[in-house]
Write a protein that binds this ligand. Structure first.
Ligand SMILES: Nc1ncnc2c1ncn2[C@@H]1O[C@H](COP(=O)(O)OP(=O)(O)OP(=O)(O)O)[C@@H](O)[C@H]1O
Length: 295
């Protein structure tokens, strides 16, 4: 099956500074993939490369089997500021979408606007932030792309609007066999909707893989204080914290942990992302994990 996104040694620099380095990943099609990382991590750079708005400085990237930008009908892009035209009505936006996109699904767009309760005659400038985001999402979905890329689409929405937006996105992905790649700096946004995750920190991919697989291979170990360097070689310590007597480690391993000294606990996606995002206090004692988790 063609990957939705395939990058090999991908990098992009601005002047002498790398905004994205050494990025190798495979996002299978049919997934809702979340790209998470702190401000300035390189998320927009990666998404812009995938959308064909930027050219790589090194390496390669393919989206739905082709060069980004080569077949615009296959890839939809909703930019960070949910771009709509303030002076145009909701209905005008749909007419414009129909004129600009050969694969436009007018019925889908109309249904979605109706379900959202948006008045077609209302100007986009009068819509709330959440409604504007929903309109931008409708325009993106009605193009019927194979891959829809969204750059922090919920950043300015309140929690309820975030939830409604993400719900709509999830439904659209399931109904229309759409692959989705969306970014956020909040993992709580992505936790409910994503089945694939890419964590980007300081221009590098820190971890990527299927969410189920990531959750199954990461564990929280709690036990008597211990130097992480003494753990078996197949247990990669992602993060570690210690009190005088106790150590708490987040480790990645493909094999069961039998050491009776440890209490082994499950991690949430948020634990996992935060562990990869936070710089360890003492890097000499932390084993840097191999970055990709395969099925
Ligand atoms: N046009 C540009 N010119 C110069 N530097 C840039 C440009 N665009 C991005 N950068 C730099 O590249 C790095 C990555 O930026 P990018 O916008 O990709 O991060 P981000 O993860 O999307 O951040 P945010 O969450 O704040 O949107 C940052 O250090 C940024 O300053």
């Amino acid at each position: 099956m063609t990957a939705a996104v395939r990058a090999r040694g991908l990098g992009r620099k601005y002047g002498r500074r790398w905004a994205l380095s050494d990025c190798t990943l495979d996002i299978p099609s049919g997934r809702v993939a979340g790209l998470v990382g702190p401000n300035g991590a390189g998320k927009t750079t990666l998404l812009s490369l995938a959308a064909g708005h930027l050219a790589p400085s090194v390496g390669t990237i393919e989206v739905v089997g082709g060069r980004p930008g080569s077949d615009m009908g296959k890839v939809g892009f909703v930019a960070q500021e949910t771009p709509v035209y303030a002076a145009l009505s909701v209905a005008d936006h749909l007419r414009l979408g129909a004129r600009l996109n050969p694969g436009w699904d007018a019925a889908l767009a109309r249904d979605r606007i109706e379900r959202l309760g948006l008045d077609p005659s209302l100007r986009a400038g009068r819509l709330s932030g959440g409604q504007r985001a929903q309109l931008a999402l409708t325009l993106g979905i009605a193009k019927r792309p194979e891959l829809l890329i969204l750059d922090e689409p919920v950043a300015s929405l309140d929690p309820l609007a975030r939830r409604e937006f993400l719900q709509g996105l999830m439904e659209a992905a399931a109904e229309h066999e759409l692959s989705v790649l969306l970014s956020s700096h909040l993992v709580s946004d992505l936790e409910r909707v994503c089945d694939h995750l890419v964590v980007l920190v300081g221009s590098r991919v820190r971890v990527t893989g299927e969410v189920d697989e990531l959750l199954a291979t990461h564990h929280r170990l709690t036990g008597p204080r211990r130097d992480p360097a003494t753990l078996p070689a197949d247990q990669h310590v992602v993060s570690a914290s210690h009190t005088d007597r106790q150590s708490t480690l987040l480790v990645r391993t493909g094999t069961p942990i039998h050491d009776p000294a440890w209490t082994v606990g499950q991690v949430t996606l948020e634990d996992l992302v935060l562990a990869y995002m936070s710089e360890p206090a003492d890097t000499s004692r932390i084993d840097r994990p191999a970055l990709e988790v395969h099925r």
